[in-house]
Design a protein around this ligand. Sequence first.
Ligand SMILES: [Zn+2]
Length: 176
Amino acid sequence: MAGLDPALQDHGWAHKAPAHDDLELRVSPSGGAGVFARRAFARGEFVVELTGIVLPEAQVGPQYYAVKVGDDAWLCSTGETVDDFLNHSCAPNLGFAAGVARLHALREIAAGEELAWDYSTAMAFTAWSMECRCGASACRGRVTPFDELAPGAREQLLPWALEYIRRRYGGPHQSA
Ligand SMILES: [Zn+2]
């Protein structure tokens, strides 16, 4: 594959690197895989959709990359598409600007930048957390479900969160 990061071979990810016109899989400064922009994106521009099959919680197994997209709905993927490799950041450059599982640029993004979204904006009302080493100056140290965030962080992230979270917290797209 043209332009494939040779370091991916060493990590055993080369066979996974999915083709995408605008995005590519590379080794992140964190040491894991990451997704990088192959071109610049304007603020507000659509970048990538989270893909997979939607399953109820009872059917979600450890073989999936899963994000919670509704009250009993998890978007599950098996690591075959580039969106599965997007890392979390506490200072993300992507977010769910329209409340659905499509990531838009939250600011101008230069070609070559690593892309990341805040996992707390698609995780709520479930037991889950992970240690964060995103390196942002505002790093929260631990990625938690949305409902476990401090009130100030919730307010800041709500405009980029999925619709079911906005509904619970009275976000800007609250339905009547
Ligand atoms: Zn962080």
